[in-house]
Design a protein around this ligand. Sequence first.
Ligand code: SAM
Length: 278
Amino acid sequence: MSLTHLPPLREALAEHGLLAKKAFGQHFLLDLNITRKIARLAEIGAGDCVIEVGPGPGGLTRALLETGARVIAVEKDQRFRPLLEDLAQAAGPGALTLEFADALIADEDALIGGHAGHAVSNLPYNVGTALLIKWLTGSWRPVSMTLMFQKEVAQRIVAPVDAPAYGRLALIAQATSQARTIMDVPARAFTPPPKVESAVVRLTPRPDRPSAQRLDALQKLTAAAFGQRRKMLRASLKPLGGEPLIEAAGLDPQARAETVDVDGFLRLADAWIAQRAR
Ligand code: SAM
């Protein structure tokens, strides 16, 4: 059987007696027009290698395989094994590798064998943010990430300075990547529909990605600054250096965290590293 001869996703689910499980954050995309659009917007094509977390019934996986890309799919729910093995067989030798594991602790470098790779996923809502942070700050550096989140999380990733959703997630995402929302997806597109709307975010690495040391400093400073969001920096950052630190970064000690842009926080990170080196 080839990819074009696979049964519709609804039939494949029924054939294997599979129903969505809430505990695994399962909301399936069964409309191949939507999954093909995501693969197209992800700019995936022949010769690319993609890590997909949570293939579930494999709708997005099919669309990715149709582009000619090689896919490594990491799924926690073993119930999908027979269905996904059918898909791997239909895709042909070497096209789809299945890994049944928790993506939060998976070693992407080992899975992908040192090749450059992209991340494309309709993420489970309960682990989406943790996976994003892992990919933004960990050792595996995806060439691009095209990821579905609940809309509120997508807004927190792409929020500009001063926007209500601007905070730690926006800072880590935008210090390391260029991030933009590329598609809104209504709840009715999923089976079963979730309670919230969703959106696909595409992230590509910034050429001036901060070092691990700067990222670590950024994480500590943003935790302190946004932990007390309504306070002035001179109060929220007191334990980390207070006014001298803030002035060394060229910022106003009376400013609030939500008014400091990514470059401002990176200057704070540099000032903090310099202060600790003294
Ligand atoms: N990609 C499929 C689609 O678009 O129809 C399913 C998406 S569903 C929102 C999320 C998928 O992630 C489910 O298949 C679920 O079992 C899987 N999953 C949940 N937690 C996971 C984890 N920690 N590691 C790997 N897969 C996980």
